[in-house]
Design a protein around this ligand. Structure first.
Ligand code: ADP
Ligand code: MG
Length: 678
């Protein structure tokens, strides 16, 4: 049985067993599916086919005695001449003096290392006595932890395959294997560990890539289906006339994309199933307007609506704008961590007594003390800033509220269908009319003086500017010090004619509020800030966004920051101050100056940085695949997704014996590490 302890594999003693467990390998299954993360290539090729500068393996005969020279302390250089085909090749090996004895005149050796075509020389990283056939040409390299070596792993995995390899059952229906020409699971597994050649390895990988994606997609879609089915009776009968009237009182016409998204949301709300929807849209595309209308719809259905945002500033900002918007028609309250004492009691009381229709707040909203008697809709802004856990707590609160997640980070399609596979998605891909594109420039830091002059010019025309401070990773303290320094510097440059303000995360909520108010009222013209202004802040009169150290930010984050300007009718500018070192950095700056479409940027960012970096390390909920890569293997992902859709919509997964193995694996903890399907 594959779920038995790995101790049953011959050759694993107590000590190795302990080390393996520490690596997360406790069952035979774990060991069998502990896959190499790369392969070393020891395939020999004729001299004429070796590429200069590449790592190659050659086989030859030692000619004469190798010469050994010492230099410095403990440093050595061994030179061995070998005959390869009809050519003498020079092999050079550093700091392995002991190898001299093993390479006698006339010995056949296999050498691996970097090839210098011009000098006919190989810098040896690996050597072996005997000809190349005595070792497998493709060597698996496993991820290692603790004291376990690659050699040990190779050995015990070989043993495990010998003892248990036959018990690895096929889980994919035959039709799939045939349609995609995929090898059987057991065979593919062997090939992953001991590839016959690169062709068969590729074949095996293809199988596991598809398998991983299919399982993942099936899981997501099954979750989605069960989520829908589990929530009968969640109908919000909103008042269509009131909602339409409310829309007509807005100072603008909704864009078609807004209308479309709104109708999808309202349909979910009215349906007996629980809404679990993601609303994606570029900064300024009008998501908040859609959110407000949805909350209002909830109120007309006699329910409460909550809007949860990541920062207090944002909560306050939304609060004051919604307060205005809902002037007479709904009671709006604010609940954040800094609302304390008597005031807090009052707010909690209002919520509990259903006097509050719309509740706006931060994480404070999901604390135990908050009792929602009648929660109809929850809207979570900037959802990727909330962890999976918070999402769940929120969902569990109230009576199955309809949940709408909003994000201004346009998520590449690739990630959207992996990360949000269990959600419905609405997209606002259109900007309100009359918006001017933000002109973006990239400036070297040496051009700072000109940038400062430019700010002054804009301010003299009645506009305002943001200056985002240098970013120091992993140090809040230094970040703030930087902000303070820059603030003083700009004060010295501009004051008294131009007033400079300072904003950072360590300010008290009321200080932040005061600064934002001053900026909103144009009492402050230049706002120095850390990235706390990244999301949601709306001051239409601001036309300049200067970002220090722009190369350190992700493209999506730069795009978010840029979205703080260009919100009014005047032409706006974004200036990226950056001296990027490498080509990728320069490329990223170039993309920023050329692209204002958030979805396009996010795709490019993903390509340049890879999915792990995309959300930053704190991002949760991004699935990890062992073999598959969401960017590289995108087409397989699409295929698996549509297959999963078919399987789930036909309802055959749970009942058709052909899918029994797949279903079993899906439900078991082997694949999803304890995450169960309910
Ligand atoms: P988001 O939340 O997507 O960043 P907002 O809803 O805050 O965008 O909208 C940005 C600005 O555009 C706000 O000032 C809002 O009043 C305005 N706005 C929203 N929808 C429209 C529209 N259809 N036409 C014109 N202006 C709009
Ligand atoms: Mg509903």
């Amino acid at each position: 049985m594959l779920n038995e302890s790995v101790i049953n594999v011959k050759g694993i003693g107590d000590k190795l067993y302990e080390s393996l467990v520490e690596m997360g390998i406790s069952t035979i299954y774990d060991l069998l599916f502990y896959l190499p993360f790369r392969y070393d290539n020891y395939e020999t090729k004729p001299l004429s086919e070796l590429a200069n500068g590449e790592k190659v393996t050659i086989e030859g005969k030692v000619i004469g005695e190798p010469s050994l020279t010492f230099y410095g302390r403990k440093k050595s250089r061994l030179v061995v001449n070998c005959q390869v085909e009809h050519t003498i090749v020079k092999g050079v090996m550093f700091n392995r003096a002991f190898a001299k004895k093993q390479m006698q005149d006339g010995d056949v050796v296999t050498l691996t290392g970097k090839w210098d075509q011009h000098r006919l020389q190989i810098t040896i990283s690996n050597y072996k006595k005997g000809n190349a056939k005595t070792q497998d040409p493709i060597q698996p390299i496993y991820p290692l932890k603790g004291t376990v070596t690659n050699r040990q792993l190779k050995k015990v995995i070989a043993q495990a395959i010998q003892q248990y390899g036959d018990q690895v059952e096929e889980i994919l229906p035959d039709t799939y294997l045939q349609a995609y020409k995929l090898p059987l699971r057991a065979e593919a597994l062997k090939q992953m560990h001991y590839p016959t050649n690169f062709q068969t390895l590729k074949h095996a990988k293809r199988r596991f890539i598809y398998e991983e994606f299919l399982l993942f997609q099936l899981k997501m879609q099954l979750l989605r289906k069960r989520n829908r089915e589990a929530t009968k009776g969640n109908t919000q009968n909103y008042d269509k006339n009131k909602v339409e009237y409310f829309i007509s009182t807005l100072p603008f016409q909704l864009t078609n994309a807004q209308k479309q998204s709104l109708s999808e949301i309202l349909r979910d709300m009215q349906s007996p199933n629980r809404m679990n929807r993601l609303l994606q849209g570029d900064v300024g595309s009008g998501k908040t307007a859609v959110a407000a209308i949805s909350l209002f719809a909830s109120v007309t259905a006699g329910k409460q609506g909550a809007l949860m945002v990541p920062t207090e500033i944002l909560a306050e900002q939304h609060y004051s704008s919604l307060l205005e918007l809902f002037d007479e028609v709904a009671q709006v309250v604010l609940l954040t961590g800094s609302i304390k004492g008597k005031k807090r009691k009052e707010v909690l009381e209002k919520i509990k007594k259903r006097e509050a229709d719309i509740i706006i707040g931060t994480h404070a909203l999901i604390q135990d003390e908050v009792v929602f008697p009648n929660l109809g809709t929850v809207i979570v802004d900037e959802q990727h800033r909330f962890g999976v856990k918070q999402r769940k707590t929120l969902r569990d609160k109230g009576i199955n509220p309809d949940v709408l997640f909003m994000t201004a980070t346009p998520i590449p399609r690739t990630l959207a269908i992996t990360t949000f596979g269990d959600m419905d998605v609405s997209i606002i891909n259109e900007m309100p009319k009359g918006r001017k594109e933000v002109k973006t420039y990239w400036a070297k830091e040496s051009m700072l003086d000109r940038v400062l002059d430019f700010i002054e010019k804009e301010v003299n025309q009645g506009h305002q500017a943001y200056v985002i401070c240098p970013l120091i990773e992993e140090s809040d303290k230094l970040d703030i010090q930087n902000a303070v320094d820059l603030y003083h510097q700009l004060q010295a440059t501009y004051e008294p004619t131009i007033k400079v303000g300072l904003m950072h995360g360590r300010l008290h909520a009321d200080e932040k509020e005061a600064v934002m108010q001053q900026f909103a009222k144009n009492e402050v013209q230049v706002l120095v800030s850390t990235t706390v202004v990244e999301v949601g802040v709306n001051v239409p009169n601001a036309t300049v966004m200067v970002i220090y150290d722009a190369e350190r930010f992700g493209l999506s984050q730069l795009h978010q920051l840029r979205g703080r300007v260009g919100r009014g009718s005047s032409q706006s500018y974004c200036i990226l101050l950056a001296d990027p070192k490498g080509d990728v950095g320069k490329e990223r700056m170039r993309i920023m100056t050329e692209t204002t479409n958030g979805f396009e940027l996010s795709e490019q960012d993903l390509q340049l940085r890879g999915p792990g970096d995309f959300f930053g390390s704190k991002q949760s909920g991004l699935p990890e695949f062992k073999v598959a890569d969401v960017v590289h293997d995108y087409r397989a992902l699409e295929t698996a997704r549509s297959d999963a859709q078919k399987i789930i919509s036909q309802g055959i997964l749970e009942i058709d014996p052909l899918y029994a193995k797949l279903y079993q694996l899906l439900e078991s903890e082997v694949v999803f590490h304890g995450e169960t399907l309910d």
